[in-house]
Design a protein around this ligand. Structure first.
Ligand code: PMP
Length: 347
């Protein structure tokens, strides 16, 4: 979370906008909360440049619940194409298989999730109900640096870990979902951006809270929503606007990531980046050291210098520096300085 957002939340914690109560104490049906929700939605709409035929829904269950909701709502007895470039995409396709026919049209699993396909390598089935991919694989540190273009087939994207990190050509997407907790707000809210025409193909009979139409027809309030989370999303979108919007964020994110990848490349092989260059993530920089023992020492010494959270995901090991929108450039500079010192001492 950006620090100014936390500060503002602290200021408003006991009384929001002179209401004499916290956002957590307000009725979600009150006009005050209604404007909080509309502000959060308007913020996302403006930053992403959403056309009028896209809806913004706030749902529950994290991005993981979207692994189920997407096929439940959109398969409609047909078959979907999936592109797997990392651990999250792998989970998404496994879940989709529980609901219907799924075709994995591209996977980098065999080569260890180090790359993403070039646009022309993607051959979509003409009758696919949708094509699913993950624009940034958080665990593996591989990112699509372009918006997938699959013509008239609806593109569904898990953008949990790079949404709002750069401008996108939103009309190339039919549905984008993201757990809020990386770039949008706190955990516990999920943002779904969906093109309206997709709502028309949803089969009847789904459980109420697993049907996108339920959220679309109730202003995302079929029951009590995560009022605190939605409020913070509004503050984060304010902050992003003050930073200059997504183009400015993209520039900063590129610079931050460049510092780290330069430190890796200049280390004479002491640090080995996991992702192929063209697929290097600007959000999650993943790399290895010559041995697991050195990786452990790296993390312990970094922690001693106040830098935590560098251990790679437990499923893959190694090192992962997550440098989302709110992560300051100075933090990246401290880390690169430490990386150079550590390599000089241990290399
Ligand atoms: N997809 C991606 C790309 C993720 O990074 C994550 C969480 N780290 C998930 C899905 C799962 O998200 P959640 O915990 O919100 O279910």
């Amino acid at each position: 979370m950006p620090e100014p957002v936390l500060e503002r939340a602290r200021e408003e914690l006991l009384s929001l906008g002179g209401a004499g109560m916290s956002v957590m104490e307000m009725s979600h049906r009150s006009p005050e909360f209604e404007s909080v929700l509309h502000k959060a939605e308007a913020g996302i709409r403006e930053l992403l440049g959403l056309p009028a035929n896209y809806r913004v829904l706030f749902t529950y269950g994290g991005a993981t619940m979207q692994f189920s909701m997407v096929p439940m709502n959109l398969l409609a007895g047909g078959r979907a194409d999936y592109i797997t470039t990392g651990a999250w995409g792998d989970k998404a396709i496994a879940e989709a298989r529980r609901f219907g026919r799924v075709n994995e049209i591209f996977s980098t699993k065999g080569s260890g999730f180090r790359s993403v396909p070039a646009g022309e390598e993607i051959v979509v089935s003409a009758d696919a109900a949708y094509v699913h991919y993950c624009s940034n694989e958080t665990i593996d540190g591989v990112e699509f640096h372009y918006d997938l273009d699959v013509g008239g087939i609806p593109a569904v994207c898990d953008a949990s870990s790079n949404i709002l990190s750069r401008p996108i050509d939103v009309e190339k997407y039919a549905l984008i979902y993201a757990g809020a907790q990386k770039n949008i707000g706190p955990s516990g809210v999920t943002v779904v951006v969906v093109r309206e025409d997709l709502l028309e193909r949803i089969p009847d009979g789904l459980p109420l809270l697993l049907d996108y139409r339920t959220y679309a027809s109730t202003d995302s309030m079929p029951n009590t929503p995560n009022t605190w989370g939605i409020y913070l999303i509004g503050l984060v979108t304010d902050w992003l606007r003050e930073q200059g919007g997504l183009a400015a964020m993209a520039e900063r994110n590129r610079e931050k990531a460049k510092l780290l990848y330069e430190a890796i490349d200049a280390s004479d092989g002491f640090y080995r980046g996991h992702a192929e260059r063209a697929a290097r993530s600007l959000m999650n920089v993943t790399f290895r050291l010559p041995s697991e023992e050195l990786e452990e020492r790296f993390c312990t010494e970094a922690e001693r210098r106040g830098m935590s959270g560098l251990r790679g995901h437990r499923s893959v090991g190694g090192i992962r520096a997550s440098i989302y929108n709110a992560f300051p450039r100075e933090g990246v500079e401290s880390l690169t300085e430490f990386m150079r010192d550590f390599a000089a001492t241990n290399g």
